[in-house]
Design a protein around this ligand. Structure first.
Ligand code: GLY
Length: 356
């Protein structure tokens, strides 16, 4: 998120320094890279769906500009996603999701048992139906980070920074004065943001599915994202954690559930080779929507948040970067961005106070 905002600000002519001891090593490192506003859509989150659609529309030009400038192919792929159900209850949830997409004008195609397996013959014969989401896409987030680091070059300072009234102080004691500080620190250090742990497994197989699969099998959720060269990302667990926890470490229980569900979905994964198991914390907010915009600052430097993107950081990076750029320039932002201003929770606080 921070690197994308920095890139957009540099392209708008601003003098930018990114302070991060290990850029791309947070939630992005575990992200599967699904650009999936339709696949992630849920009731009560219609504004988030809208924001996601706006960002998805920006991805093709962002990806091609980034690939051209960095000479790194970020592997943006269209091809859609399949929602897959393992039993009647799971299928009922797919139907509910489709009704929501219908109300929001998003394209989908409901599929019966046979139609589903015609689209993806590798699926278990026990799957009962689903839906195809033609507009969802995917990208390789680690390649995106490499590309952003290449274009930002020595604007990235690999040090921790502490926010000061007039800018930031680096851990080596250097003070950087700034007109604006954009806070994009992921799951740590942002107001209202809580860590939601996720575990993923990367495998290599000769039997990868043709497109992204998002399945619910007897209530267990799993997604399977095919990449180049037979690599497949299997994700992701979801677990709330206290902010005091130690660094995210994968657990036997979480990984076993993921692998069992993925193997039940795609029997061909039986012989897949495990390449990597990773856990990271997603940055969740009280309403699961991002925090984009001004927060109070007690000094001359203005503070903007670009955080709390929860399950959608990769998807929402381009629209967030454009919004941050607009805020910095004092330009108007569209209502679908203003809906995610950090001060929306101030009203929540007042309501809570009046109830107690
Ligand atoms: N966007 C997928 C996840 O957060 O696991």
């Amino acid at each position: 998120m921070g690197l994308t905002c920095a890139d957009e600000l540099v392209r708008a002519g601003h003098d930018v320094t990114v302070c991060d001891p290990s850029p791309g090593a947070g939630a992005t490192y575990a992200a599967a890279g699904m650009l999936a506003p339709a696949g992630e859509a849920w009731f009560g989150e219609e504004l988030l769906l809208r924001l996601g659609q706006e960002s998805l529309a920006r991805w093709p030009s962002f990806a091609s500009s980034l690939s051209e400038r960095s000479n790194i192919d970020v592997d943006l792929r269209a091809g859609g996603a399949l929602l897959v159900a393992g039993d009647r209850d799971d299928l009922e949830e797919v139907h509910r999701a489709c009704r929501l997409l219908d109300d929001s004008g998003v394209r989908f195609e409901e599929l019966g048992r046979r139609e589903l397996r015609v689209r993806e013959p590798r699926l278990s014969s026990r799957t009962v139906g689903g839906a195809f989401l033609p507009d969802d896409k995917q990208v390789n987030p680690r390649r995106v980070v490499d590309a952003l680091l290449a274009v930002l070059g020595d604007r990235v300072v690999r040090q921790r920074a502490v926010v000061r009234k007039d800018g930031v102080a680096l851990e080596d004691g250097t003070r950087l004065r700034a007109d604006v500080v954009v806070l994009a620190t992921g799951a740590t250090g942002l107001p209202r943001v809580r860590p939601v742990r996720g575990e993923i497994v990367r495998v290599r197989t000769t039997d990868a599915p043709a497109c992204v699969l998002r399945a619910r099998l007897h209530g267990e959720r799993v997604y399977v994202v095919p990449r180049r060269d037979g690599e497949v990302v299997i994700g992701a667990t979801e677990e709330e954690h206290s902010t005091n926890d130690v660094a995210p470490i994968p657990t036997v229980g979480g990984v076993a559930r993921l692998l069992e569900t993925a193997r039940a979905l795609l029997p061909g994964l039986e012989t897949a080779q495990i390449l990597e198991i990773t856990a990271r914390d997603r940055p969740g907010s009280p309403d699961n929507g991002p925090l984009i915009g001004d927060v109070p600052s007690d000094g001359p430097a203005r503070h903007l948040l670009a955080g709390g993107h929860y399950r959608g950081g990769v998807l929402l990076a381009p629209v967030t970067a454009a919004a941050i750029c607009a805020y910095v320039a004092g330009r108007e932002t569209p209502p679908f961005v203003d809906a995610f201003a950090p001060d929306r929770f101030n009203a929540l606080n007042r309501d809570e106070d009046s109830c107690t």
